[in-house]
Design a protein around this ligand. Structure first.
Ligand SMILES: Nc1nc2c(ncn2[C@@H]2O[C@H](COP(=O)(O)OP(=O)(O)OP(=O)(O)O)[C@@H](O)[C@H]2O)c(=O)[nH]1
Ligand SMILES: [Mg+2]
Length: 472
């Protein structure tokens, strides 16, 4: 198989708009044959139709001819390499958004030598042709998927190149350090002053701290990008499903006075006052059940709790704590010990409280709410934010770019590990062990370069771009 990076580019074609009827449907062609292929079926909109004379970046009214038959009246824009999204010759054709017209247009393109694009292939080409780096290409995918203002801002910053700039600065600092270490090895480089062991340790340590700080932004960055997974757990009948419905402002889950109503987990994504979250309603937990379906439901509850970022542990404030409540609280305390975040929710505040359970016990985040009247839901949101250590608004988050991708985190962790090894390798004598130190510093540079894609293998590129939609 030819390498991705130097494969002779075939011309690709794909719809750039979603399937289904719409006001407009856009088809895009990219590659050396894009112009001749498009000019094969696009004719001037004059009478009679004649050859089109495209000028780059100008909107051109055109007829799309399917043999002798008019397929549609369209607008076409031609781009000349390298001034296009992909960096190649490109044509974008805006038709009426008819699934028939678009599929016919794709066939016309293919019959003239284009092939259907793979998911993300336009952006892959943009990356390979140097139009954007890998972090920016990944941001395109996040930008399209962003469902909330927070997710959108974070992706837009990355697309602008903020993450690339930040890693670029780290790489330059590391490169300087490497130059000093190499000068220590080879005294012929007279311009570069020699570095003492102490200086090396402190400069390398400072860089390590910066890399680790960026890596730590992953937790919040990911929550913003994907939404915090919040499991609603508790005994049967405490009002978990009612709470889900109240937060969604919709009767999504079945609510009934009979305990054991919810049998399976149920997920809904929403913007909770700007905060992207995925709420998970669960089957009530109790110590004993003879019903195998309920037992399966409880197993799923525990899995949902384990996979969540935060648990809302719901209790019924109108009655005294039951043995089951106490069991669940004990279980949640164990989860908290493992770092799980838990907010205690005293529901049914409209019924008046039972004095027995009003203290939050050893849970530092506790809120009274009524799923029925909506009382306390704002306070609940505030508690969730605090518990997740999320800023009040993205504007309050540090201006520096956060990372939201596991891949970026792994690159940073590998870079940090290399720097740790470099610091340990000097053995108190930088000159004596300079060669091995330099090897680790070069390893750190390579890992950082993975974020923007310079050192990324084809397998990894393939798996990144396969997550894109077709036509992007
Ligand atoms: N007064 C009052 N009743 C509530 C409140 N929340 C829930 N309920 C009632 O409590 C009962 C149980 O509510 P659900 O939401 O089905 O409880 P659940 O925790 O999902 O129960 P399971 O699915 O059986 O585990 C229903 O009759 C609700 O109307 C509340 O805030 N105030
Ligand atoms: Mg329920």
């Amino acid at each position: 198989m030819p390498s991705l990076r130097d494969a002779p580019a075939q011309t690709i074609i794909a719809p750039a708009t979603p399937a289904g009827e719409g006001a407009l449907g856009v088809v895009r062609l990219s590659g050396p044959g894009a112009w001749p292929i498009a000019l094969g079926f696009l004719k001037s909109s004059g009478v009679p139709p004649a050859e089109l004379r495209p000028e780059p970046r100008k909107i051109l009214p055109a007829r799309v001819l399917d043999g002798e038959v008019l397929l549609d009246q369209a607008l076409a824009v031609f781009f000349r390499s390298p001034r296009s999204y992909t960096g190649e010759d490109t044509v974008e054709i805006s038709c009426h958004g008819s699934p028939y017209i678009l599929s016919r247009l794709l066939e016309l393109g293919q019959s003239r030598g284009a092939r259907l694009a793979e998911p993300g292939e336009f952006t892959l080409r943009a990356f390979l042709n140097g139009k954007m780096d890998l972090a920016q290409a990944e941001a395109v995918c996040h930008l399209i998927r962003a469902r909330t203002s927070w997710a959108h801002r974070s992706a837009a910053r990355q697309l602008e190149g903020r993450l690339s700039e930040r890693t670029g600065t780290l790489r330059r600092t590391l490169l300087e350090l490497l130059a000093h270490v190499e000068a220590n090895l080879d005294h012929s480089e007279e311009d570069i002053p020699l570095l003492s062991e102490g200086e090396f340790q402190s400069r390398c340590g400072a860089l390590l701290q910066e890399i680790e700080a960026l890596s730590r932004t992953f937790r919040v960055g990911r929550l913003i990008q994907e939404g915090a997974r919040i499991a609603i757990a508790g005994c049967p009948n405490v009002g978990k499903s009612s709470l889900l419905n109240a937060l969604l402002r919709a009767e999504r889950a079945i609510v009934s006075p009979a305990p054991g109503t919810t049998r399976d987990t149920l997920e809904e994504a929403l913007q909770w006052d700007g905060l992207p979250v995925v709420l998970i309603d669960t089957a009530g937990l109790r110590a004993h059940t003879l019903d195998p379906v309920e037992a399966l439901g409880m197993e799923r509850t525990r899995k949902a709790v384990e996979a969540s970022d935060l648990v809302l542990l719901v209790l019924d404030e109108s009655r005294a704590l039951t043995a089951d409540d106490k069991n669940i609280m004990r279980e949640m305390r164990r989860y908290r010990g493992q770092g799980k975040r838990v907010v205690l929710v005293f529901n049914k505040s409209d019924l008046g409280s039972s004095p027995l359970i009003l203290n939050g016990d050893s849970f530092e985040h506790a809120v009274r709410v009524s799923a029925k009247t909506g009382e306390g839901l704002d306070a609940l949101l505030a508690a969730v934010r605090r518990c997740l250590d999320l800023p009040e608004a993205l504007a309050d988050a540090p201006e520096t770019q956060m990372i939201a991708s596991q891949r970026h985190r792994r690159c940073l962790e590998r870079a940090a590990a290399e720097l740790e090894s470099a610091r340990a390798a000097t053995g108190g004598d930088l000159e004596g062990f300079g060669e091995i130190v330099a090897v680790h510093l070069r390893g750190g540079l390579d890992s950082l370069a993975g974020i923007t894609g310079e050192t990324t293998t084809e397998d990894v590129l393939g798996s990144i771009f396969s997550q894109f939609c077709v036509g992007k």
